[in-house]
Structure formats: C-alpha cells, structure tokens
Write a protein that binds this ligand. Structure first.
Ligand code: PMV
Length: 301
C-alpha cells in the first residue's frame, strides 16, 4: 500500500536571517506545496532523478526521528514550488515525507511532532536553520515565529489571521544560492561586526513586531513601508544581489506598496505587496514579459 503526505510552501514576509539569532520573523503559507507518495521497500530510495540522494537521506533522517525501522521508497514527488527559490521547498518536502511515513506506518503523530521531525531533516538541508520553514510547512497560515535557543519544541509560534487580505507577487530572480551558505556568510559578517549586527537585529525585531500589528489591523501602506525597510537591512548584511535589487525597484515602480527579497537571498525571490488583485496581476504580467517567473498569491483568506 502506498501513502501520501503534504507540506505547505511558504514565504517569509519579515525577519529572515536575523531570526537565526533569536529575533521575531513573520511568514505566511502559500496556496501551494509538495505532495509525496511512498511505500514500504527493501531499502530506502528516492525517486530516480537528480534529487534522489538528497531525498533518500531526508527519508532516513525522518524515519529514524519517527522511530520507524522499516525502509521506504519514494514513488512520486509532486511539487508546485520552485526548488531553492525561498519558498520553503525542502521543508515542504520534509513535512510531506514525515506525514506520508506516519500514514504508512499508522503512527498517530501530533502536528508538533511532525514539525519537530521535519526540523531534523531541515538541519541536514540547511545546517543551522531557525525552524521557521518546517513550522510553516506543517501549519500553513500566518505565523509570528521566534526561535528559542535550547529546543525547537519551545519555539514561539503565534498563528494569526491578517485583518485584511492582500496580494503578493512572487518574482523569481532566476538564480539561486544555498541557504546554508548564505546563513554561514552572514554568521562570519556578524562575528566581525558583532555590535553593529546586534543593532540590525534590534531593528529587524522592531520591524517584525510592528508588521504583526499592521497585519492584524490591515494597514497595507504601513506594511509596504516596513517591507522596504526590511529589504534595506537585508542589503546591509550582504544577502541581496544587483538582480534582486533591480527587481525590488521595478516592483515599486509598478505600483507595489513595498518590496523585498525573501528567504536566504543571494538569488531566489522578491515579494512585492499590492493592494488589489488587478494591480498585482498587471505587475506579474510586466515581469513575465521580461521573462522572469512570477506568480500572484492571495494571503489572508
Ligand atoms: O531561503 P529560505 O526560504 O529557506 O529561508 C531561509 C531563512 C533564513 O532566515 C535565512 C534561515 C532560517 O533558517 O531561518
């Protein structure tokens, strides 16, 4: 018998990178994700493509974390997320595998357990992840997230519903960088400039908590302004690129209320905030005409 599991994609609205050092971040689930189908097997196996080895290793970590000694073969990965573009594809994959394994072996794992198991696989993919990606991949929706240093089970996770729906255009820069490397680079910069970096952390924390209030009240102009400020911090710690900055400025010229890179940076995606669907779709068309992958998501429904 084969079993399936699903994990949500996500985008980080505020606080990436600084979240690794304990400040608040805000992320939202997308309306799409990854579905995995697997079955029991003589040995652990990924699908026969270029991701086979990585998937197999993730399966082994997840199986062990879930206390399953029987091995499994991943038959199918159906993904509506681009790989390595900051939409949380590895976390969505890990959550999908954890849920499929739980179903296959009839384990009654609560959501917190799925989240913690997926975090183990995220460490394999990303080195020292904050845990925000697996949390969103598990729960979807909108969350205020804060990493607790001792144990991921103690992370602060506040789920909330934005006061007003809004539209994001997610624009891919077409290039990608490994989150693990971007996080490691930021750590080196932080070690060299610890005092300045701590001021950036404080600013990021302030932006995230104001953004939380603004999301609850539905003040989209203020939300856009906070996104622009957040992008400035990310430029400051060296995770933007010329291409990402160009996309951010183009989005603002197209009427975005705010725009910023999202996730690890060095490539990946920009998110741009629009007050209504028509303006979002028009901007999406502009980027597509420039041969960039872009799509519109409605948040807050
Ligand atoms: O690149 P993404 O979407 O996986 O996001 C990484 C977010 C970071 O804050 C840079 C790292 C982390 O683990 O939180």
């Amino acid at each position: 018998m084969a079993s399936t599991g699903f994990g949500w994609g996500k985008t980080i609205l505020f606080g990436e990178h600084f979240v690794v050092y304990g400040t608040e971040a805000i992320a939202v689930g997308l309306d799409r994700g990854i579905t995995v189908t697997l079955e029991r097997s003589e040995q652990d196996e990924g699908p026969s493509d270029e991701h086979a080895d990585a998937v197999k290793q993730a399966v082994q970590i997840i199986r062990q974390a879930a206390g399953v000694s029987e091995q499994v073969r991943v038959l199918l990965i159906e993904s509506a997320l681009p790989v390595g573009q900051g939409t949380g594809s590895s976390a969505a994959l890990s959550v999908a595998i954890a849920r499929a394994i739980a179903k296959e072996f009839a384990l009654a794992l609560p959501e917190e357990r799925i989240n913690a198991i997926a975090y183990e696989a995220e460490k394999f993919f990303h080195g020292t992840p904050s845990g925000i990606d697996n949390t969103l991949a598990t729960y979807g929706g909108a969350i205020l997230f804060q990493k607790r240093p001792v144990h991921p089970d103690e992370n602060r996770i506040e789920r909330f519903l934005p006061g007003k729906p809004f539209w994001l255009v997610i624009i891919s820069s077409g290039t990608r960088a490994a989150t693990r490397e971007m996080v490691a680079e930021v750590r080196l910069r932080r070690d060299r400039q610890e005092e300045v970096f701590s001021q950036f952390c404080a600013a990021s924390s302030r932006i995230s908590s104001q953004a939380h209030q603004v999301l609850l009240s539905g003040d989209l102009d203020a939300l856009g302004e906070l996104m622009n400020l957040n992008h400035g911090l990310l430029v400051g710690i060296g995770v933007s690129t010329v291409r990402l900055d160009t996309i951010v400025h183009t989005a603002r010229a197209q009427g975005a209320l705010g725009a910023k890179l999202t996730g690890g940076g060095g490539g990946g995606c920009v998110i741009a905030l629009f007050p209504d669907q028509d303006s979002a779709v028009a901007a999406q068309g502009h980027f597509q005409a420039e041969l960039l992958a872009a799509y519109t998501v409605r948040i807050g429904s």
